[in-house]
Each structure stands twice: as structure tokens, then as C-alpha cells.
Design a protein around this ligand. Sequence first.
Ligand code: ATP
Ligand code: MG
Length: 272
Amino acid sequence: VLSTRGRHLAVTMFDVRIGAGTLGRGGLVRDVTGAREVEQMKDHLIGMAAHEFKTPVTALRMRVESLLRVDAQWSEAFRDELLHGMLDDVGRLQMLVSDWLDVARIESGGLRLALDAVPVARLLKAAVDAVRPQGEFSVQIDVPDHLQAVLDAQRMQQVLINLLSNAVRYCNRPPAVVLRAWRDASGWLLIQVEDNGIGIPAEDQARVFDRFFQVARGNTRRPGGTGLGLAIARGIVVAHGGSIDLASVPGEGSVFTLRLPPPADEPAKDTP
Ligand code: ATP
Ligand code: MG
């Protein structure tokens, strides 16, 4: 394989024969840049996965080794602490595996949606309840009671939980979240998650939806995430035929907006 100016060319040489005699050498040049790029991306993904798995696996091993030490007389309380730590490690691994599978499904276009009519208010409230245990936050839900939507409730829940967890996680004062949903004049469903968090610098705003991208925060340690949440959220929203975008002012907060198309069999009310 030859590489020049960002392109990769695979060259195959062969003899050209006529009857018993050799006429000369021939060459076949194929541009394999695309295949090369896919290969490099795969290597990168595998590297990232291995790296993310290492920490919880190492921690799990150390805790198991501690419990197995025959010479140690652990107190009941300490054994308990070790076991709970192990439970957390396993939970982290399970989350990585399921995020990982979601990314693979999204990439291969294999994400299956189970569409159903759902009350949007209930969807939003359930997402808030699911995020509550992650930390105290104040929330204002602004949604018409009767608002319904046809979507995959479980998947959309996953999207909202992702956005809400981020709102709570990337905040350096008591988190205050506003959740809004409404249908616009052409029948599209809009859902907004607004926070008062640290915000996202303009130059990073397009990249936060990329797999593994995390905003560099100077010397602060990254808070446990993998950088897959928004990539998965976008994949799910796009599978619904929608889009997700972001407006953010560093130091003030961020607003994520989901746009979901009107149900196909139910044309928007204002169309003739
Ligand atoms: P994961 O969601 O996989 O646990 P993560 O939260 O780091 O990890 P994403 O949800 O994809 O990954 O977010 C990517 C990055 O975007 C975050 O690491 C953070 O730097 C930034 N970010 C996301 N949401 C917000 C927000 N509401 N406010 C400020 N920064 C945010
Ligand atoms: Mg996240």
C-alpha cells in the first residue's frame, strides 16, 4: 500500500504473458482510502473501549482480591463496603456494554423503534424521576396536559435522561432545569432541556455530539462519563426522523432542543 497526500493506494503487480513468453509486468492500482479510514476508525474505537473498561475491571479485581485474602480479618462493615464497590464496578461495566451496543446499532442503522402514542407530560416526568437519585436539582416542567406524540417511549426516555444527567452533572451551582415541550405550527414536536450549568464553548458545540468527545476542563478531573451520551441521544432522535441541536453560553447555561416530525399518518392540523 502506498500513501501519498492523504490517499492510500493498493498496488498489485503481475506478469503479463502471451503463450509461453512473458511480455512484461503489469500493475493494478486501487484507491483504498475509504477502507483504510474505516479500519483506522475501528482501531480507534477498540482502543477507546479497552481504555474505558480498564478502570472498572481493575477496581473490581482489587476488591475481589481483598475479599479473598486469607490472612485478613475484615470487619463486617469493610466487607460490605467492598461488596458495594463491586456492585458499582459491575454497574459501570453493564452501562458501558449497553452504551456500546447502542452505538453499534446506531452505526449499522439497526436501531429498532417501538412506536406508540404517548402523553408527553408523562414522558418528561418519568425522565425527571429517573434522574433524581443522581443529585438534587430544581426542575420546572412546561408542557400542555393533552400533548401526545408517537415515538419510542423507552428510547426517548433514554435521550431525556442523558440530557438531564448532563444538566445536573455539568453545573457548578445548584442545578436548575427547565423542561419544555410544545407542537409548532407545522406539527413538529419540540422538546427543550435548559440548564444553568457551566455551558459549552462555541468551538466545541458541534463536537459534543461526536462519540467520546468531552469538553476539556483545564485541571478539573472529568466526572466519570464516557462521552457517548449525546452521540446515542442524537442517534435515537435521528432514527425518529428528527434532529437535536444546542445553544450555549459558557458560564450561563445550555439549551438542547429536540425536533421530532409530525406522525406520518396524521398530517399536521394546519395543512389543508
Ligand atoms: P456519558 O454521557 O457517556 O456518561 P458524557 O456526559 O461525558 O459521558 P456526553 O453526554 O456525550 O458525554 O457529553 C459530551 C460532553 O459535552 C461532556 O463531557 C461535557 O463536556 C459536555 N456537555 C454535555 N452536556 C452539557 C451541559 N448540559 N452543560 C455543559 N457541558 C455539557
Ligand atoms: Mg452525558
